[in-house]
Write a protein that binds this ligand. Sequence first.
Ligand code: TYC
Length: 112
Amino acid sequence: MFRMQGDEGRGSGIGRGTEVITRTKPKIKKPSLYRVLILNDDYTPMEFVVHILERFFQKDREAATRIMLHVHNHGVGECGVYTYEVAETKVTQVMDFARQHQHPLQCVMEKK
Ligand code: TYC
């Protein structure tokens, strides 16, 4: 994991305290993941929600319809799981598109 790199063995003497520790194994950190959720409301048309799921979350019509009905019946549902910046972009795209069409649809992200 770590390797000594210093002035020992080069004629300058060992134990002068000038060694440095270098990392030889690259440290890979998994990115945090975020769920993108849509919320139910009484006004947004079902077909509009299905369209959102197809357009921004790459769902086919069957999957989009299943998620939309889950949200309609349970109040909230998952559209997908993404890294922070991708999730943030999806939320913005959905909120902008819903607003443009004057629907009150709400979309949020939450850390997994
Ligand atoms: N409840 C809406 C209706 O009856 C449909 C709907 C589903 C709205 C999912 C929002 O996220 C939503 N027209």
